[in-house]
Design a binder for this molecule. Structure first.
Ligand SMILES: CC(C)(COP(=O)(O)OP(=O)(O)OC[C@H]1O[C@@H](n2cnc3c(N)ncnc32)[C@H](O)[C@@H]1OP(=O)(O)O)[C@@H](O)C(=O)NCCC(=O)NCCS
Length: 196
């Protein structure tokens, strides 16, 4: 079982997050972009990291010989939202290619929606490439609806963006929705060998 955490981005992960951006998203944000988001009070910039297990005989608390410290966490996911008036604009969501398809993306999206709810925002929205079937499927699973299209939105390929919305974050039922989804998120992670 590998432990994982979802936390706000901190400076020691800046380089790792920029590398993840390159491998999963083709490099959309620079280090400066991440630094700015990290410091912005209107952004929730989260990273998902795995905590490797320490070898059995390497308990640093009881090791007078100064054996190596615990292994560093491995950053495998990133997500960001901007809080704009009543809106949570999801600007970023990515899981490292080798870790996709194991429930990490939905754990990250769940946490972003939770942050949006904590900020008392009313809806979430985002743009996604029309060809990005895995992401569209994930967002629809979480109640996002297709509300329109931005023609030729992506400069690299000229591809259209779908505009997706998730309404009702401020409705009383949304808190129940969060509560109902939590065990499902955790079960999916457990089946992949992760514990949050
Ligand atoms: C989109 C992305 C974040 C999904 O993360 P993930 O960890 O692979 O997804 P999960 O394992 O949590 O899967 C959750 C849901 O996503 C959808 N999904 C994930 N992979 C899929 C695939 N290959 N095909 C279709 N749907 C898929 C499914 O709805 C899945 O639910 P299910 O397992 O009940 O069918 C990930 O593929 C990614 O980082 N892609 C590259 C970056 C990107 O495109 N980001 C989105 C930009 S808007």
């Amino acid at each position: 079982m590998t432990f994982l955490r979802i936390d706000p981005l901190t400076p020691e992960f800046l380089t790792a997050v920029a590398e993840l951006d390159k491998s999963s998203l083709g490099g959309i944000w620079s280090l400066d972009n991440y630094r700015r988001e990290m410091e912005s009070p209107n952004s929730d910039l989260l990273v998902l990291s795995l905590i490797p297990r320490r070898p059995e005989n390497r308990d640093s608390r009881r090791d007078p010989l100064g054996h190596p410290p615990d292994p560093s966490p491995i950053l495998v996911g990133v997500g960001c939202l901007w809080s704009i008036l009543e809106e949570a604009h999801i600007t970023l969501l990515a899981i490292a290619p080798n870790y996709q398809g194991q429930g990490l993306g939905q754990a990250m999206l769940y946490q972003l929606l939770f942050c949006a709810w904590q900020r008392q925002l009313e809806w979430a929205t985002l743009e996604v490439r029309v060809s990005n079937t895995p992401a569209i499927s994930l967002y629809k699973k979480f109640g996002f609806q297709d509300v329109g299209r931005r023609r030729r939105y992506y400069q690299d390929t000229g591809e259209d963006a779908l505009i997706l919305w998730r309404y009702g974050l401020h409705h009383p039922g949304f808190q129940n929705w969060l509560a109902e989804w939590k065990p499902q998120i955790c079960d999916r992670l457990t089946r992949s060998g992760f514990r949050i």
